[in-house]
Write a protein that binds this ligand. Sequence first.
Ligand code: SF4
Length: 162
Amino acid sequence: MLRVKDRDGSPLGGYWFTEPTTKARIQAWNLGKLFVLVHQHRVANKVPLGPNIAYEVEEQICGERPHLCWEQPAPGGGPAINLFQMGGDFVKAMWRWGRAGFATVSGEVFEERKNTCLACEWWRGYHDYGIGYCGQCGCAAGKVSVKQWLATEKCPKGKWKQ
Ligand code: SF4
């Protein structure tokens, strides 16, 4: 899978994406902002959002400017998680949480978990904006997460301290 190497950087001329449906050229000075602009453009033009805007944008950037990218191996080589698994895992997480008396972690632990996810190679989505999911367990990890608040949940790769 081709990914942009310097995810927080800004190459000469910034990042560009050509929306295949409208042919609009969308530019931003950082990758996260470009993801958001493409998302907004699609919403405004009633273009389907697709399964993963981030992958789509990075694939196009890497096709046009391969020197900005590297081949990221699939972490662990495990199978990709699908929506059915994600739904099942979510129900199980809620069941575990209910059995434990709906216990939540402190704000500090939540922040530590969230930041670990945002820096993780399994993170999938809009890195700068925290909208996305864990590619390992499928949970919506990040700034909009529920899972990191649940005391009963664990990182499937053992990266959370608590
Ligand atoms: S839950 Fe664990 S494996 Fe998944 S994104 Fe967060 S730190 Fe990475």
